[in-house]
Design a protein around this ligand. Sequence first.
Ligand code: PEP
Ligand code: CO
Length: 461
Amino acid sequence: MTWTPNSWRDRPAKHIPEDYPDLDALAAAEARLAESPPLVFAGEVDRLKQRLGQVAAGEAFLLQGGDCAESFKEFSADNIRDTLRVLLQMAVVLTYGASKPVVKVGRLAGQFGKPRSSPVETIDGVTLPSYRGDNINGMDFTPEARMPDPDRLIRSYAQSASTLNLVRAFSQGGYASLDNVHKWMLGFVDRSPLGEKYAAMADKITDALDFMKACGVTPQSVPQMAQVEVYTSHEALLLGYEQALTRRDEASGSGKWYDTSAHMLWIGHRTRQVDHAHVEFCRGVQNPIGMKCGPGLEVDELLRILDVLNPEDEAGRITLISRFGAEGVEEGLAPLARAVKASGRTVVWSCDPMHGNTLKTESGFKTRPVDHILTEVRGFIDVLNAEGCVPGGVHFEMTGQNVTECIGGAQAISESDLSSRYHTHCDPRLNGEQALELAFLIAEKLVAVKEAAGSDFRKAG
Ligand code: PEP
Ligand code: CO
């Protein structure tokens, strides 16, 4: 069947709002976006795919992270800078743990639209449409705010463009040099109540950098050390927006279609039906595509989706993001990993330890315990190693801000702390310290796995 940027419109589509009061205004907003500049370029998208191909082969590690939902309210240079700082520090720690380059992908510059478990919300007997993300409607509990508004598409495009501009400036302009990231990381170890636990690894990273410096490898002599590649990603949920930013690559003459709203897009847990709109849209663009794999996904269904999304089995094209929860990871992931391996298909396996570990406290806050998050990542690594597959990466909802949304961690955030700085527009995020702590603990696990493999190898030899 021929694909076009709008062929998804003939398919059933879940979680795309149909209640815009003025469909002409929606079409006008989409037409305006279609004439607006692309946010990312084909060459960058291809480079990310190549990097993810290295992840699939076990030669690199993927770190994806950022907000659950970006919002107009939390949009500021400081927020973007702080999230990026944490992401880069995590990457340094994971580079050490995995002994591999880390591919850095932000959940930012476009991560607005949210699938919701219920289309409506009832408070004190009043029922209104659910909040669906700042690119669709507003969070205030009023009929006006909850009405989908096409102007929000334009505003989220503009916010994405300035977010991306800042990310490019920070990552290319010297601010994110390895020296700085290393200094920030040492600051974290000093501050953390459990800093001692991380000091040994931090010292080893410092030693490695000192050694490189002694060999003449510095940001001055090797300009790449003063710069960093950061890619963008979001859930491809609102397909009208994605279609408007989808362009044919004329520059290289390939004539292929790229969704220029982000480098990487993913298909969510609720919209991955093989014959529905989201899979149809994603199959036609060249971008790396992620897909959430969670409870209810059957082996046959997964293999069919892979056939549709990646018929040529291109390396780096598909990232399967496992999100079964700490309790469910072994039972859920093992059969899928086995089947994908047996089919000979090339994928990146990544772990989203957030969406299967959400619980509601008695006082009504959605939260996630840091120890469940860590347990799921460890389980993910063990399951994939046992199946002879590569545990390729991790996917976090996190922010650089000192929020209190997830419980636990060295700061020992408790249920009663949640109300103090609970700012998320959707799911609870790790705060900067919790995210970095997890990076250390995951790095520790990766080192332990490496050492165990090394001793098996020595024994065998
Ligand atoms: C998300 O990543 O924010 C999300 C909604 O995840 P999932 O589709 O896995 O539930
Ligand atoms: Co979320």
